[in-house]
Design a protein around this ligand. Structure first.
Ligand code: ZN
Length: 478
């Protein structure tokens, strides 16, 4: 037997794999000939870091011995996946092409080295409670300090403590309002994790890392597991598959732009913007690592009169940056300039993406709840958005508080699937058929919480009632 062709095996493998979501970027024309899988260039780089687990060859460029080609024919992506990914827990985050290195490395190690997801493994129980130290960036300085974090999954709480023994937690965070996303570039650490939660109508950011890659990814997945536990209890009607996309979310785009005020005559100021597509919020900060946002714009949809224009209003010129855009909301035009034309294009595309996505019933329900809580009345969905542009601390009014927050998603569209009404949508659609149907609108309001505390805003001694610009001087900030 001579001259077996690895490309034939590769092509057959690709044919079988067609239509599977693999997370690979471009053609997977590399292979781990130790594991028997075809992978993309991107993944081959990660596999190379683990010579004990994996050995990499190019399908097209490297020499293949017949025995290896033979081995590949008997394995291939489908078989290997069936073996090593037999039982990946629903909460476990499977990295995608544009995810950071630590997620990919730990996925490969969990899968092939520790073999955590093989069928003969014992049932993987939810990680439940978790306790350990993370390096946390100080709120008002750039110093990272070691802090003890405690996750109580059943209670739905994450707490952290400063050094002093015997003292109460510095913050008690409700898992209901928590998000976690790896932000390695922004934080400046390859294991940098951003933990975000809602408090007093604001978005609070914590920036943490752990030196050990497994430790930080385990924390990430433990938070996801706790979120899944919460969502299952809060929305027992919904299948798990519809809750998983809500466990954690990433920003669609982040970066600097300059903005002027509501009169459009104020000097342009440089701000860091972050677009959260699922929550439909454009947040802006003085600095990327600020604890609190300076302001936020709640984004409705095109149908509601929201739009983004690829230029500045007539007669308005930016400060240093020329490439501009105007975000139109029913109340106000946000005039913004971008550092480059490429950035301008990217922002336009991302904002259009969000605005063109109709509000899901869950979006509406969240707004409905927020304003109902605020105003003690039952406005229509349109009126909800008519009142919901958060104003900022730059002379533009006082942010309202929004203790209640729902869940929503535009994700299906984003991953290229046709939008379809989900069970949640149907439920909520019934709930939102008109004002005055308050009792039905409760369908999606958490009605059976694991702990009564879960529904109450947590006590947060660190920042109760404070916005960044309103921190009393001398307020203890760690
Ligand atoms: Zn890949």
């Amino acid at each position: 037997m001579q001259g077996m062709d690895p490309t034939a095996v590769f092509q057959e493998d690709q044919r079988l794999e067609k239509g599977l979501q693999t997370g690979h970027q471009g053609d997977p024309d590399w292979a781990s000939y130790k594991l028997g899988v075809f992978i993309c260039l991107n993944c081959s780089g990660v596999h190379r870091n683990f010579p004990d687990i994996s050995k990499v060859k190019s399908v097209r460029l490297d020499f293949w011995e017949d025995s290896i080609v033979e081995f590949m024919t008997h394995n291939g992506n489908l078989r290997v996946k069936a073996k090593f990914e037999a039982r990946v827990p629903a909460f476990y985050y499977v990295p995608q092409a544009d995810d950071c290195l630590v997620l990919k490395e730990q996925w490969i190690r969990a899968k092939y080295e520790r073999q955590e997801f093989m069928a003969d493994r014992k049932t993987i129980s939810l990680p439940g409670n978790r306790e350990g130290f993370l390096w946390k960036r100080g709120r008002d300085n750039a110093q990272f300090l070691r802090r003890r974090f405690v996750l109580l999954a059943r209670e739905g709480l994450l707490k952290y403590y400063t050094k002093e023994e015997g003292k109460g937690p510095k913050a008690v965070i409700n898992i209901k309002d928590l998000n976690a996303s790896f932000q390695t570039e922004k934080i400046g650490h390859p294991h940098g994790l951003q933990i975000t939660y809602r408090t007093e109508g604001h978005t609070r950011n914590l920036f943490v890392y752990h030196e050990n890659g497994k430790e930080i990814v385990d924390w990430f997945n433990a938070l996801r597991a706790a979120r899944l536990q919460y969502l299952k209890t809060a929305f027992p009607e919904l299948p798990e598959s519809e809750l998983v996309p809500l466990l954690t979310r990433n920003y669609l785009k982040q970066g600097f732009m300059e903005k002027t005020g509501p009169k459009q005559r104020e000097p342009f100021k440089k701000r860091w913007f972050a677009l959260d597509p699922q929550e439909r919020r454009l947040l802006y900060y003085k600095n990327p690592l600020d604890a609190f946002e300076q302001g936020q714009v709640v984004l409705g949809s095109n149908e509601q009169g929201y739009a983004v224009l690829a230029d500045l209003p007539k007669g308005i010129r930016g400060n240093r940056w020329k490439a501009g855009l105007t975000l139109v909301t029913p109340q106000r035009r946000f005039v913004l300039t971008c550092p480059s034309e490429k950035e301008q294009r990217d922002w336009l595309e991302s904002l259009r993406d969000v605005l063109s996505c109709p509000l899901t019933p869950l979006n509406l329900l969240r707004q409905y709840n927020e304003v109902s809580v605020q105003k003690r009345e039952e406005p229509t969905a349109m009126a909800v958005f008519g009142n919901r542009v958060h104003l900022d601390a730059e002379g533009e009014g006082k942010p309202p508080s929004s203790p209640e927050r729902g869940i929503s998603s535009c994700l299906e569209r984003r991953v290229g699937k046709a939008p379809r009404p989900c069970a949640a949508a149907n439920l909520a659609a019934g709930a939102l058929s008109g004002p005055g149907e308050r009792s039905r609108s409760k369908a999606l309001v958490p009605r059976r919480a694991p702990s009564p505390r879960l529904l109450l805003p947590p006590a947060e001694p660190e920042e109760a009632g404070l916005a960044v610009s309103r921190l009393p001087s001398g307020e203890a900030a760690e």
